[in-house]
Design a protein around this ligand. Structure first.
Ligand code: C2E
Ligand code: MG
Ligand code: MG
Ligand code: MG
Length: 292
């Protein structure tokens, strides 16, 4: 019986696994409550146009404000929520909150700012992602071109034909589409082109050391060139130093996101960041950031 065999398996866990299992168990129980009580917050990380240095958007990154454990990063609970299916409900909340935020930024005068939202594969296979997006846009009064949906290569590899249809319809609705963590999966650029994505987000794994590691630089340069040939935009994430940004500019990468520009900020700090940027002094002000 499941419980008994569960206990048997349990005995073989070493201490570290045991701790992880306990933590996972505690978190998965807590998640149901977190969804009900809306214990999540979105933090926002700026994205800039490399040539003009203008703010063009921000990525929404979820955190869980746990009453006892404090701020929990997404890598600790998103995989659990994906396994349990709770990601569908969380994803709806994320989309709605993100749409409300982008509206508030537009009200501050940044009318071209796009918000990027991460989507999980489960939201394509279990939830009705099209309907969720359509309804959220309608209720928040946000136009589709103000949101960018970040897909991973794994979304696209899963159940390809079915997903292809959904992705295409999101595109037809007017949403911007990007491929997150590009270069770490197995999809070819030619294949991605069929999904009518707009942007490739080059994974931090290649960006991080590209100013010191020639191989990484070559990989990044090649991705940019291939993207250009296919008419796709590129954004590099994980930029932590000026040398890397300079190199990306040299290789004609379009957009940039990383700690060098700014860390993810909570709603209030991001508003202040926008206001400082409008006064023209955002780069001289260090706004308080993520406490993760
Ligand atoms: P991601 O979508 O690839 O997001 C980028 C991650 O890199 C973020 O981590 C961000 O804080 C971090 N980052 C940005 N710039 C730098 C940098 O210069 N250096 C370093 N070392 N890190 C940088 P975060 O916020 O912990 O998110 C981790 C992952 O969790 C995300 O990776 C994404 O896959 C997932 N995630 C976050 N929010 C959501 C969400 O609302 N829904 C879903 N399904 N997944 C989400
Ligand atoms: Mg992302
Ligand atoms: Mg990424
Ligand atoms: Mg973009």
């Amino acid at each position: 019986e499941a419980k008994a065999s569960g206990r048997n398996t349990y005995r073989f866990f070493n201490e570290a696994m045991n701790r992880t299992a306990n933590e996972t168990y505690t978190l998965s129980l807590g998640l149901a409550k977190a969804i009900e009580l809306k214990q999540f917050e979105l933090h926002y990380q700026p994205q800039i146009d490399i040539k003009s240095n203008q703010l063009i958007g921000a990525e929404a990154l979820i955190r869980w404000r746990h009453p006892e454990l404090g701020l929990i990063p997404p890598n600790k609970f998103i995989p659990i929520a994906e396994e349990s299916g709770q990601i569908v409900a969380i994803g709806k909340w994320v989309l709605e909150e993100a749409c409300q935020q982008v509206k508030s930024w537009h009200a501050l005068g940044l009318t071209d700012t796009v918000i990027a939202v991460n989507l999980s594969a489960i939201q394509f296979t279990s939830g009705d992602i099209e309907e969720t997006v359509r309804q959220t846009l309608a209720t928040t009064g946000v136009t589709a071109n103000m949101i960018e949906l970040e897909l991973t290569e794994s979304i696209i590899i899963k159940d390809a034909e079915n997903v292809l249809e959904k992705v295409k319809r999101l595109k037809q609705m007017g949403c911007n589409l990007s491929i997150d963590d590009f270069g770490t999966g197995y999809s070819s650029l030619a294949y991605l082109k069929r999904f009518s994505v707009d942007t490739l987000k080059i994974d931090q794994a290649f960006v991080r050391d590209m100013s010191r590691n020639k191989d990484d630089e070559i990989i990044v340069r090649t991705i940019i060139q291939m993207a250009q040939n296919l008419g796709l935009k590129t954004i590099a994430e994980g930029i932590e130093d000026q040398a890397t940004l300079d190199l990306l500019k040299h290789h004609q990468c379009d957009e940039a996101q990383g700690y060098l520009i700014a860390k993810p900020m909570n709603q209030e700090d991001f508003h202040n960041y926008i206001l400082a940027k409008q006064r023209g002094n955002a780069s001289t002000i260090q706004i308080s950031t993520d406490d993760l």
